[in-house]
Design a protein around this ligand. Structure first.
Ligand code: BGC
Ligand code: NOJ
Length: 812
C-alpha cells in the first residue's frame, strides 16, 4: 500500500494520507541552522548541534507519536483545525504534504478554507521561514482566528529532559510587537537567544505553556485556542513557548500570506544588551526584515531551488528506469547531503543528544557527498583528522559545535583510522587537490603536536600494522565497523553500555577479518598515493605489510567456502562453519572480496556464492546467519538482539552495497543489480505499509528473515547506507569513477540492459557519457570514443573547466 507518490519533475515526494505508518520526515537547512519536519509538521530546530543548541522541544517516542513541532491552529467558528492534520486531528477535506530538497510544504483544507504552509531555511540564514497562505474558497466571508505555536527547549537538549528542579525556574522571554524572544540563560554564560516572529499585527500572544494549553490538555486542545482569545501570558520559569494570535478576515476568493520566522542570534559579549536586562535585538530584526514579505520569501525559496538544481546537476543518469533514475538523481544524493550534515546525530531514531559526528561514519559519508561540494568535504576531513591521536587511534565521535573528541565514548575502535584514508583519497580523486595532504593538522585538537594530513594517513596505516594479533591479523580493539561485535567486553552487568564499558583488550587474541580486508584495500590506495607523491620507499614499505596481510588472510581467514569473520578473545573462530550460530557474516566476505584476496584461487567467487546461498533473502542480505538465539558473553551486544534485528541478522542496509561492489569486482552485474533493487526505497514504495519508513530514503536496517516481521524497516535517514549505495550504483554498477587523472568508465550491469547515459560534471568540465550494451554483456569495454576519436583507455582525461565532451562507450 502507498501513502503518496513521487513527483520527479519537482523532486518531491507527495504524501496524500497524513496517517503514514511512521512519521515521514524531511530536513530543512544544510549548513548551520537545521530543522527536522514530519509530514504533520512535527519535529524540532537547532543551530549546528542538536544537543548543545536545541531551539525547540520535541518529545521522542511519545503517545501519540510525533509530539511537538511548529503547529498552526485555525479557529473557524466552532471548528479548530491544523493544516497538517496534527495536532488537532480534525478531519480535513483535503491534505497534501510535499517533501522536497530542504523544504516541505503542507496544505490542508477545511470548510472552504485552504491553509498552505511552506517551511524552509533560506541559504546562509540562521532561521526557519514559515510562509502560511490562507485562502477562502467559499462564497461567504470568513472570520478566522489563527494561532501559531512552538515550544522552546532550554538549549541543552539533554539537561532539558532531566534537570527539572533547575529548568522550571530558569525560563525567560521578552515580547516586543509581533516578536517573541526566548532568552533563557542569556544573562549569564550564553551569548545567544532565539525568536519567533510574524509579519503582521497580532491580537495577542502566549508564552507560558500551561496558560496556553491548560495543564491537563494535549497539543490537540489548547484552551486558549478553544476560547479564541490569547491570554498574553509572560513565562517566568516553567516551560516557555511562543504563540501568536492573529485575527484574519477573508472575502470570498481572497488569499492572505503570513510569514513566521523562527530564528537564532549570537551577539558579541559587548553587544549583548540594549539596556539593562533587555536583549540587543538588532540582528533578529535584520533577519526579520530580510523576509518580511511573501515576495522576499519567494525569492529566497527560488534561490534554494536553484542551489539544488546546481548540486543535482553533477551526476545525472538517464537509464529509462524511473525507479533507478529518481534514486540516483534525486533522493539518494539528497540523503547523502543529510548524512554529511548530521552524521548519526539527529533523526526520528537518533535523539540528537546521544551521538555527535562519528569518525568512521563521517569519513564514509564523504564518498556519497564529495562530488556535491568538495570544499566542504575538505573542511570536514581536517575536522575529523584533528580528533585523531598521535598513534593513529582516534576518538570514535566528536561534537559538531566544539569539534572536540567525545570523552564519554572514547576510542579503541580499530577500524576507525583506515576510513580516514578512504575519505581523503575520495576527496583528492574528485577535486584533484593534493594540497590537502600538506595541511598541518593537530592530534587530539592540540596544535603543539600537529603534523601534515599525509602524516595522519601514515599513522592510520601503521595503527593496523602496530596492532596485529597472533595470526598476523588486525586486533579488533573495542569493535570494528560492527559496533556490536564486542569481543573484549564480557559484560554481565545490565547497567553498563556495551559501547562504553571497560574493555579487556590486554592479552586478547581477538582479530578482525573485516579490518584485514579494509587494510588491504585502503593500504593499496595508500601505496598508490605514495607513488603519486614520489614516496617510493614508503610505498614499498607499505606494500610489504599489505602482502603479509593478504597471506595471513588466505592462511588463517579462509574457512573453505567463505572468509571467517573474526577470532575471539580466546582465539576461537567466529563466522566459521565450525560455529553453531553466526557461521557466516557479510563484513569479512564483502571486504576480503572487494580487496580481491584469493581471487586467482577462486576464493572471491566462492565467498560471494556462499553469501548468496546463506545470507540473501527476499528483503536483502542479512548480516549474519544463523542468527544468535542466546546471549554469548564473549560476543557482546550482537547477541543481545533478538534474531533478525539490527546487527543480529537483520538486513543491515549499510553493508549490502559492499556485496554489490564485490559482485562487480568479479563481473557479475546481474547479481549486483538484484541486490541493489532489494533494498532500494523506490522499489519498496508499494509495500509502504510493511516497510513503514519513508519510501524516498534508505534505512539502516530492515528486519531479516529470522525476525518476527521480515521486511519491516527502522532507522531511516542517518545511515552509511546512503553514501555506500550511491557509491555502489554510481561508481561500480554504472561505473563512472573519479580517479586522480580523470574519470574511469567501467560499468558492470545486467546483461539485459541496452545501455544508459550519464551526465557527469568533473573538475569543472561536463562529460556526456553514453554506454551502449548491444552485445549484452555484464562487464567489459570493447570500444571507446571520446569527442569523436577512438581512445585506447577507459580513463577519460581531465578537461579544461567550462568545456563539454562526449564519451561513447560500447560494452563487449
Ligand atoms: C547499535 C549500533 C550502533 C551502536 C553505537 C548499538 O546499539 O546496534 O548500530 O552503531 O549502538 O551507538
Ligand atoms: C551504526 C554506527 O553508526 C556505525 O558506526 C556502525 O558501523 C554500524 N552501526 C554497525 O554497527
Amino acid at each position: 500500500m502507498k501513502f503518496g507518490h513521487f513527483d520527479d519533475k519537482n523532486r518531491e515526494y507527495v504524501i496524500t494520507n497524513p496517517q503514514t505508518p511512521w512519521p515521514w520526515i524531511n530536513y530543512l537547512g544544510n549548513e548551520d541552522f537545521f530543522s527536522l519536519i514530519s509530514n504533520t509538521a512535527g519535529g524540532y530546530t537547532f543551530y549546528k548541534d542538536a544537543k548543545f543548541r536545541r531551539l525547540t522541544r520535541y518529545r521522542y517516542n511519545n503517545v501519540p507519536m510525533d509530539s511537538g513541532g511548529r503547529y498552526f491552529y485555525i479557529k473557524d467558528e466552532d471548528t479548530i483545525w491544523s493544516p497538517g492534520w496534527k495536532p488537532c486531528k480534525t478531519e480535513l477535506d483535503s491534505y497534501e504534504c510535499r517533501h522536497g530538497m530542504n523544504y516541505t510544504s503542507i496544505q490542508g483544507e477545511k470548510n472552504g478554507v485552504t491553509a498552505k504552509t511552506l517551511f524552509f531555511v533560506p541559504l546562509q540564514t540562521w532561521a526557519e521561514v514559515q510562509k502560511l497562505t490562507l485562502t477562502n474558497n467559499s462564497k461567504e466571508k470568513k472570520k478566522l482566528t489563527l494561532f501559531s505555536f512552538t515550544e522552546w527547549c532550554l538549549w541543552n537538549a539533554a539537561s532539558d529532559m532531566e534537570n527539572f528542579q533547575r529548568n522550571f525556574s530558569t525560563g525567560e522571554v521578552e515580547i516586543e510587537g509581533s516578536v517573541i524572544y526566548h532568552k533563557t540563560e542569556y544573562k549569564e554564560r550564553r551569548n545567544h537567544y532565539a525568536f519567533y516572529s510574524v509579519n503582521a499585527p497580532i491580537k495577542g500572544f502566549d508564552t507560558d505553556r500551561e496558560t496556553f494549553f491548560g495543564l491537563y490538555n494535549g497539543f490537540d486542545e489548547p484552551q486558549v485556542v478553544a476560547r479564541g482569545n490569547p491570554a498574553n501570558s509572560v513565562a517566568h520559569g516553567w516551560s516557555p513557548i511562543a504563540s501568536h494570535c492573529i485575527g484574519v478576515e477573508l472575502l470570498p476568493g481572497e488569499s492572505k500570506d503570513f510569514v513566521f520566522i523562527l530564528g537564532y542570534v549570537e551577539n558579541d559579549q559587548e553587544e549583548k544588551w540594549e539596556s539593562k536586562n533587555i536583549i540587543n535585538k538588532t540582528k533578529a530584526k535584520d533577519t526579520i526584515s530580510r523576509f518580511d514579505t511573501a515576495a522576499k520569501v519567494d525569492a529566497a525559496f527560488s534561490e534554494l531551488r536553484a542551489y539544488w538544481d546546481n548540486l543535482l546537476s553533477i551526476y545525472i543518469v538517464n537509464s529509462g528506469n524511473e525507479k533507478l533514475d529518481r534514486m540516483v538523481n534525486i533522493w539518494n544524493q539528497y540523503q547523502c547531503m543529510v548524512t554529511f550534515c548530521f552524521s548519526r546525530s539527529a533523526s526520528f531514531f537518533e535523539s540528537g543528544i546521544g551521538r555527535g559526528m562519528g569518525f568512521r561514519d563521517s569519513n564514509q559519508d564523504l564518498i556519497g557527498f564529495v562530488h556535491q561540494i568538495p570544499e566542504r568535504a575538505r573542511e570536514r576531513i581536517i575536522d575529523i583528522a584533528s580528533t585523531q591521536f598521535p598513534d593513529g587511534g582516534c576518538y570514535h565521535q566528536y561534537q559538531p559545535l566544539t569539534k572536540r573528541g567525545n570523552n564519554d565514548v572514547g576510542g579503541g575502535f580499530n577500524d576507525d583510522p583506515l576510513w580516514l584514508i578512504l575519505g581523503t583519497i575520495s576527496y583528492i580523486k574528485e577535486s584533484g587537490d593534493f594540497t590537502i595532504l600538506d595541511e598541518i593538522v593537530p592530534f587530539d585538537n592540540n596544535m603543539s603536536i600537529a603534523k601534515t594530513l599525509f602524516d595522519h594517513l601514515t599513522v592510520s596505516f601503521d595503527h593496523v600494522v602496530n596492532n596485529l594479533g597472533p595470526h598476523g591479523l588486525p586486533l579488533i580493539g573495542r569493535a570494528d565497523w560492527n559496533d556490536c561485535l564486542n569481543l573484549n567486553c564480557f559484560s554481565n552487568d545490565p547497567n553498563e553500555s556495551f559501547q562504553t564499558t571497560g574493555n579487556k583488550t590486554e592479552g586478547s587474541k581477538a582479530e578482525s577479518l573485516m579490518i584485514a580486508g579494509l587494510f588491504v584495500i585502503y593500504g593499496k590506495d595508500y601505496v598508490e598515493l605514495c607513488k603519486k607523491l614520489g614516496k617510493t620507499g614508503e610505498a614499498a614499505r607499505a606494500q610489504i605489510e599489505i602482502d603479509k596481510m593478504t597471506d595471513a588472510v588466505k592462511q588463517h581467514g579462509w574457512d573453505g567456502r567463505w572468509f571467517i569473520r573474526a577470532y575471539d578473545y580466546y582465539g576461537h573462530k567466529i563466522g566459521s562453519n565450525e560455529n553453531e550460530e553466526g557461521k557466516i557474516f557479510i563484513e569479512s566476505n564483502g571486504w576480503c572480496t572487494m580487496a580481491g584476496i584469493g581471487q586467482e584461487e577462486g576464493m572471491c567467487r566462492k565467498a560471494l556464492d556462499s553469501v548468496n546461498e546463506l545470507l540473501s533473502c527476499e528483503h536483502g542480505i542479512v548480516l549474519n546467519n544463523p542468527a544468535f538465539t542466546k546471549y554469548y558473553i564473549e560476543y557482546g551486544e550482537i547477541s543481545s538482539y533478538p534474531p533478525g534485528y539490527k546487527e543480529n541478522a537483520a538486513v543491515f542496509c549499510h553493508n549490502n552495497p559492499w556485496i554489490m561492489i564485490a559482485e562487480t569486482v568479479i563481473g557479475r552485474g546481474d547479481q549486483a543489480w538484484e541486490y541493489y533493487k532489494k533494498i532500494c526505497p523506490s522499489y519498496l514504495e508499494e509495500a509502504s505499509d510493511l516497510h513503514k519508513t519513508e519510501p524516498y530514503v534508505y534505512t539502516q536496517m530492515i528486519a531479516g528473515k529470522d525476525a518476527f516481521k521480515p521486511g519491516e524497516a527502522k532507522n531511516s535517514w542517518l545511515t552509511g547506507t546512503a553514501s555506500w549505495n550511491f557509491y555502489a550504483i554510481s561508481q561500480f554498477i554504472l561505473g563512472i569513477r573519479p580517479d586522480y587523472d580523470g574519470i574511469k568508465v567501467d560499468p558492470c550491469i545486467p546483461s539485459t540492459w541496452e545501455g544508459f547515459e550519464v551526465i557527469r560534471k568533473f573538475r569543472g568540465a561536463t562529460y556526456n557519457i553514453r554506454v551502449i550494451n548491444k552485445n549484452h554483456v555484464r562487464k567489459g569495454v570493447s570500444r571507446i570514443i571520446i569527442d569523436g576519436r577512438l581512445s585506447d583507455s577507459n580513463l577519460i582525461p581531465v578537461f579544461e573547466a567550462g568545456t563539454t565532451h562526449s564519451v561513447l562507450l560500447e560494452m563487449g
